[in-house]
Design a protein around this ligand. Structure first.
Ligand SMILES: Cc1ncc(COP(=O)(O)O)c(C=O)c1O
Length: 411
């Protein structure tokens, strides 16, 4: 059944969207014994040093993937032969090409695709291929922490172009970026777009300015757009490489359906590179590490998601928006010292606990005492201390339970 909803969404424009309300995101599904890193008690005990934790950390959702995805996986599983797969077939490529063309006006070609078993591994192979030990790589802290881990573990140096937080909104510091790209050791920037954890969906003008600064100084741009589909009503995501041919030629774009449709465990992503020289270099790096064929389930799932599940995504975003409103209202009423940074995209919300004046360690201990597992802000690098990242992609009852636990522990 289709219903029309009016939402008061950031930046506070009334938008009308049609939602298919046959999806039940309220359903609580037990994930404890399903080999889920998010819910596995032993893992949680070791990682968070706490027991009986309610997990709202790590970026996967407590919702079932859309039914057409499940059907495609079951159909492929029923065939019963699981030999090596191909990198794709005409309908697969068409589903991806059409998704980006109709949603983002980004027109990509089949030849530009390179499959990788995830965006984190893709970024690490890119770091290895396009920089040398001792080189500097720019990231924008506080940011998804595996970027820094990959830079450091590969012997490169993190150069953080820290985001600026003014009046509850994060922006880029372009003056600092100009200085950092001029350093001859700087070879690359990893752009998080939309930004995890601060939830910004960068506007075209910001991306253009960043692109010009990097392009004119010969700095390669790796644009991680894994969260691009998860934007709140009225917010528009711009694919960085779609801005101009010049920027596209200097960019490696990382895409996946894993966040959008909850498919992360299938380890499938598409790295899109229009510059043939960069593409061949990247393919060589995968080849010399023995990465040749994709997981067959990943390709089938993605084709089904991109070709049959857009209405599920619309309904998901409405549900996430309701969870976000619930979170804001709950905090205003029960815990006003804690503020949130209003996200424009992603199901990750950056919560500001700084008013409590607790160290990152004490804040985390309090949350473990509350029996809630969130991602502590300090792991996201400079500027993260005093914040916590909460994952609101769960039934509202789970979110409510976690917030009640938090309030009980603090008040
Ligand atoms: C910005 C960003 N990039 C990459 C990933 C993970 O990508 P993958 O699972 O494809 O390695 C995440 C997961 O949270 C993320 O937030």
């Amino acid at each position: 059944m289709t219903k029309v909803l009016k939402l008061n969404s950031p930046p506070h424009r009334l938008v009308t969207i049609k939602v298919n309300n046959t999806y039940n995101f309220d359903q609580v599904i037990d994930r404890r014994k399903t080999d889920s890193i998010k819910w596995n008690d032993e893992f949680l005990k070791e990682y968070f040093k706490g027991e009986n934790l309610l997990p709202l950390w790590v970026a996967d959702m407590d919702f079932r993937a859309p039914q057409p995805v499940i059907d495609a996986l079951v159909a492929r599983a029923k065939h019963g032969i699981f030999g090596y797969g191909t990198a794709g077939w005409p309908e697969y490529f068409e589903s991806v090409i059409s998704w980006f063309s109709r949603r983002y006006n980004w027109n990509i070609k089949k030849d530009w695709f390179v499959h990788a078993p995830g965006i984190v591994p893709a970024c690490y192979y890119i770091i290895q291929r396009f920089s040398h030990p001792g080189d500097k790589i720019i990231i924008q802290n506080p940011v998804y922490y595996p970027f820094a881990s990959g830079i450091i573990s590969n012997g490169r140096i993190v150069a953080s172009n820290d985001l600026k937080l003014e009046n509850g909104r994060y922006t880029m510091d372009f003056e600092d970026l100009e200085k950092k790209v001029k350093d001859p050791l700087t070879k690359m920037i990893i752009l998080c777009s939309p930004h995890n954890p601060v939830g910004r969906v960068w506007i075209k003008e910001e991306l253009e300015r960043l692109g010009e600064i990097c392009f004119s100084n010969g700095v390669l741009i790796v644009s991680d757009e894994i969260h691009c589909d998860l934007t709140y009503p009225s917010i528009k995501h711009t694919i960085f490489a779609s801005i101009s041919e010049e920027l596209a030629q200097n960019t490696i774009t990382c895409t996946a359906g894993s966040k959008t449709f909850n498919l992360a465990g299938l380890h499938h992503s598409n790295v899109i590179i229009s510059n043939s020289k960069l593409r061949e270099e990247f393919k060589t790096q995968l080849r010399i590490n023995g990465l040749m064929t994709p997981n067959i389930f990943g390709t089938h799932a993605l084709q089904a998601a991109y070709s049959k599940c857009e209405d599920w995504l619309d309904a998901l975003m409405v549900y996430l928006q309701k969870n976000l409103e619930f979170l804001k209202k709950f905090l205003r009423k029960n815990f006003p010292q804690v503020k949130i940074i209003e996200p424009e995209g992603t199901y990750l919300v950056w919560m500001d606990f700084r008013e409590l004046n607790l160290s990152g360690k004490d804040l985390q201990s309090k949350l473990i005492e509350a029996k809630v597992a969130l991602d502590p802000g300090h792991i996201f690098g400079s500027g993260g201390e005093g914040f916590m990242r909460i994952n609101i992609a769960c039934p509202q009852s789970t979110l409510e339970e976690s917030l009640n636990r938090i309030v009980r522990a603090f008040i």
